[in-house]
Design a protein around this ligand. Structure first.
Ligand code: FAD
Ligand code: 2HG
Ligand code: ZN
Length: 487
């Protein structure tokens, strides 16, 4: 395959967005009347948190914040904006990593927040199905499912804010993909308002349905560029009976991957999380997050957090015995003796992004390569980057078992706050070139947003770009849905 590392003309590869209009006072008045005081705001203080992304890298403006209470109001908003050719930026919990939910700086768009649509419409225990509105927060779904002896097996550090709509729209992954897959495998179908204001309904849990293209799957991972997801039907699983959580110190990511395969053989169908944590990430958490303790007495260059589970009625998974058979692979290990210790280990893993953010700027790369190639990629890639770009420090952590690592490059000590915007482009291009040469992806789970738009155009083969553009143009001819994102 030809690897394009320098784009001849990015504009030719990019989607040419149609001209959009700023909302007129008459349109804003009509929306205010339709949505009422809880659903419409132009108050700068109320708008402010919706105009910056979680990492604080992107800042935009908006003509209004629209917070519909139900899908009929979403239909009314989209119809009105489609008629007036006004841009809509859908937003859930605003925890996305690529600036996908932040409007641009023109102030011509409206932000459409799904936060008020937070009803769990139904949980059908017999069918193992939950139908949730888009604004349901992931942790709330976890709690509701658990009360009924079920669980929704997708979790991530932002679970206290991330919404079902945002998780669908980014095809989020997280820490259980190893066993259960990403949102694409956990969603039966979605209900969504398409860019012309029509309502698409696909919430029935049909085992078989071959009515042409899967529109639901197209909307999953579309990052709000093809419509507004208003609800989703989600697969549930039986509640966990018991879990064993372990923290293991190792010499290398190679040993970590060999250990994963060993544990999978010893404990078939039991390992659901296997997260790689380098010393750099643990140090960041210990430095910036209060009340955290290192699980092992001595530091290790690499660590993994393992979680093994069993269904109700079975004894806890015997991770200790499985580790005893692999002593040559590991340097040290601690098995959580109780839920408090288990939660403590998870807290370290889930706080890495927060600690890295507190520490300073970092060029973030959410990459995947074939699983077997990832250990070598991490070690060689980090050495290469730190040599080429003196002073930078690679913090490579995450979902090793999925071949997905967050290959984040921290700025040199003392770099200015806007280092990522001013100086990190050559680093990002280099990392993405290495990933492309390894047959990987420059976005494993966070999406493209506004962060990786140019890189997607630079590195994708023309067939992919053509198909993406054609779909966008067909479904959203006026280009009102989340302009400037993805394409
Ligand atoms: P937002 O950030 O509000 O939006 C994300 C995108 O979806 C935007 O493009 C937006 O326009 C669009 N969107 C939102 N709602 C809708 C809707 N109803 N209809 C159409 N489009 C919509 N991601 C992972 O995959 N795995 C992880 O392990 C992980 N860990 C994280 C840890 C932390 C601490 C943080 C802050 C983020 C993490 N993420 C992770 C990022 C992840 O993408 C988000 O947490 C989540 O998927 C986004 O949900 P949200 O509701 O916050 O969406
Ligand atoms: C995680 O796995 C998230 O913790 C965030 O996907 C990764 O901050 C990051 O780069
Ligand atoms: Zn991740």
């Amino acid at each position: 395959m030809e690897i394009r590392t320098k784009a001849p003309n990015l504009d030719a590869l990019r989607y040419a967005a149609p001209m959009l209009a700023a909302p007129t006072p008459a349109l804003l008045d009509a929306l205010a009347a339709r949505l009422g005081p809880h659903g419409f705001s132009r108050d700068p203080h109320e708008l402010e948190p919706y105009l910056t992304d979680w990492r604080g890298r992107y800042h935009g403006k908006a003509a209004a914040l629209l917070s519909p209470a139900n899908r009929d109001e979403v239909v009314a908003i989209v119809k009105a904006c489609a008629d007036a050719k006004v841009a809509i930026v859908p937003q859930g919990g605003n925890t996305g990593m690529v600036g996908g939910a932040t409007p641009d700086a023109t102030g011509g768009a409206v932000v459409l927040s799904l936060k008020r649509m937070r009803a769990v419409r139904t949980i059908d225990v017999a069918a193992d199905l939950a139908i949730c509105e888009a604004g349901v927060v992931l942790a709330d779904l976890h709690a509701k499912a658990e009360d009924l002896g079920r669980r929704f097996p997708l979790s991530l550090g932002a679970k206290g804010s991330a919404t079902i709509g945002g998780l669908c729209s980014t095809n989020a992954g997280g820490v259980q993909v190893l066993r259960f897959g990403t949102m694409r495998s956990l969603v039966h179908g979605v209900e969504a308002v398409l860019p012309d204001g029509s309502l698409f309904e696909d919430l029935q849990p049909l085992k078989k349905d071959n009515r042409g293209y899967s529109i639901s799957q197209l909307l999953i991972g579309a990052e709000g560029t093809l419509g507004v997801i208003t609800a989703a039907s989600l697969r549930l699983y039986p509640k966990i009976g018991a879990r064993t959580v372990a923290w293991i110190g190792l010499a290398s990511p190679e040993n970590a991957l060999i250990l994963l395969r060993h544990l999978e053989r010893k404990l078939p169908e039991r390992i659901e999380s296997f997260e790689l944590v380098p010393k750099s990430a643990l140090d960041l958490v210990l430095q910036h997050i209060p009340n955290v303790q290192a699980p092992l007495a001595q530091p290790h260059p690499w660590n993994v957090l393992v979680e093994a589970t069993v269904p109700d009625g079975s004894p806890a998974p015997d991770v200790a015995s499985a580790l005893e058979d692999a002593l040559d692979l590991i340097e040290d290990a601690a098995i959580a003796a109780n839920e408090t210790q288990a939660e403590g280990m998870w807290r370290i893993r889930e706080s890495i992004s927060e600690a890295e953010k507190k520490d300073g700027p970092a060029a973030k790369h959410d990459i995947s390569v074939p699983v077997s190639a990832m250990p070598g990629f991490v070690v060689r890639g980090a050495a290469d980057i730190e040599k080429r770009f003196p002073g930078t420090r690679v913090n490579a952590f995450g979902h090793l078992g999925d071949g997905n690592i967050h290959f984040n490059v921290r700025a040199p000590v003392g770099a200015p706050k806007d280092w990522v915007d001013t100086s990190s482009h050559p680093i990002t291009e280099h990392v993405h070139d290495l990933v492309t040469q390894a047959g990987g992806s420059i976005s494993a789970e966070h999406g493209i947003g506004q962060m990786k738009r140019d890189e997607l155009a630079r590195l994708s083969d023309p067939a992919r770009m053509h198909a993406l553009r054609a779909i966008k143009t067909a479904l959203d001819p006026h280009g009102i849905m989340n302009p400037g994102k993805l394409l």
